[in-house]
Design a protein around this ligand. Structure first.
Ligand SMILES: [Zn+2]
Length: 417
């Protein structure tokens, strides 16, 4: 048969298959979806960042005693909120295996009540987990994630989003670890007294510290010693570099995408992606259209493009998922809430990704990274590294921090009578 005839036949077949009368596509999509769901039955899907606890604060003042979070699709203000993407029913549909719940308080709390408000967010996550024991299991380790998954429960971890939450205190950092916090995002949208945030990389931005200060490097060392993951989402490029140079454990970006595809400074540039590969860490891809397409709209295909890009630059071992649900105001078509994660896996299967690679990006990569941080912690304990207990130099604290501080001198004025 001549090539032209074959082409004509192929085109005709294509027209028949895609005609409304005989659609083959949905069948293929269903096949891909079934394969995707099978992957997520085998390995836990671990999402790096969900702001549901922020909505508990904003919509319920953390008064969750009588709040039924199984179905929030008809309950106001959740029902009509553009940032309400999470409830138990939808988590189950989306086949989530483990979730880092974000303990986030905004930068306006810095030097004021950041620490107490962060404790309130850590507390509400614990209470949400305890109130739903057949769904959630509070976990603090890679093994804990696997054990919860084996029991059909959603392993629940805490990430503190923003270094301002520790008020430059290594003691607070340690106590947060003890309450189950397993990552800290080094900054949010403000510099801390020891680290620069991503906004300094915007046009006209001016670095406060040029990355991490010496005390910031001590924060990194203490996190390594504790076994708490460093999260480099939200930090400046120089902070990323300094942290990657300083950390002896693999790091994460809990909710960032690829800068090469959307030049938002919340995303990760290619040179940093290569360093993440050397470090053994992962970039957990964010679904927010502003970071995916640099616009207000995106599709599941656009998100998959970020996966393809990071795989090309860093390798498949360095990709995860950190959708940022409940923190974002727009969502991609095909990924409207936590129920739709399988669509992303189906898209990657359609692109020819191997199922073993899908298992990695779903959760095996994060488990490897968390195990890496745990083994650095264990090695530092064996070699006798003690808790880093210096205070931040007074000179590192900006003037705006002083009104709410009693300083670092002795309590002589207030000695008991
Ligand atoms: Zn964030």
């Amino acid at each position: 048969m001549k090539l032209s005839i074959i082409l004509v036949l192929l085109v005709t077949v294509e027209q028949i298959l895609s005609s409304p009368a005989r659609r083959v596509e949905p069948v293929a999509i269903e096949t891909y979806l079934n394969k995707a769901r099978a992957v997520l039955d085998r390995v836990p899907l671990i999402d790096g960042h969900n702001d549901f606890a922020m909505s508990l604060r904003d919509y319920a003042r953390n008064q969750v005693g009588d709040l039924d979070i199984n179905d929030l699709t008809a309950l106001e203000p959740w029902a009509s909120s553009p940032s309400s993407h999470t409830d138990i029913n939808r988590l189950r549909q989306g086949k989530i295996g483990a979730q880092f719940w974000s303990a986030y308080v905004g930068c306006t709390t810095q030097y004021k009540d950041a620490v107490s408000k962060t404790w309130e967010q850590i507390d509400v996550i614990h209470r949400m987990v305890e109130a739903n024991p057949t769904t959630f299991e509070f976990v603090t380790s890679a093994q804990g994630i696997e054990d919860a998954f084996a029991q059909g429960k959603i392993g629940s971890l805490i990430g503190v989003e923003g270094g301002h939450s520790i008020d430059s205190s290594l003691a607070v950092l340690r106590m947060m670890y003890d309450m189950g916090v397993r990552y800290m995002t080094m900054t949010h949208s403000c510099a801390t007294p020891w680290a620069d945030n991503s906004q300094v990389d915007n046009p006209g931005g001016v670095a406060v510290h040029d990355g991490l200060t010496p005390f910031g490097k001590t924060v990194v060392a203490e996190m390594n010693r504790l076994g708490m993951l460093l999260d480099l989402s939200h930090v400046s490029r120089k902070t990323m570099r300094d942290a990657l140079e300083t950390s002896t454990a693999p790091v994460i970006f809990s909710h960032s995408s690829a800068y090469a595809l959307c030049n938002n400074t919340r995303n990760v540039p290619d040179d940093i992606l290569q360093l993440v590969a050397l470090n053994g860490g992962i970039v957990m891809v964010n679904f927010f259209p502003s970071f995916v397409t640099c616009s207000s709209t995106a599709t599941v295909q656009d998100v998959a493009n970020h996966m393809d890009h990071i795989r090309n630059v860093a390798g498949v071992d360095h990709i995860g998922i950190g959708a940022d649900y409940n923190g974002i105001t727009e969502v991609p078509v095909g990924l409207k809430d936590v129920s739709e994660y399988p669509n992303l896996f189906a898209e990657l299967i359609a692109r020819g990704w191997a199922e073993t690679d899908l298992e990695k990006i779903a959760g095996l990569n994060l488990l490897r990274v968390l195990r890496g941080a745990e083994s650095v912690r264990d090695q530092m304990a064996v070699t006798g590294v003690k808790p880093f207990d210096e205070w931040i130099p007074q000179a590192d604290l900006p003037a705006e921090s002083l009104p709410c501080s009693t300083g670092q001198t002795k309590n002589e004025q207030s000695s008991p009578q």
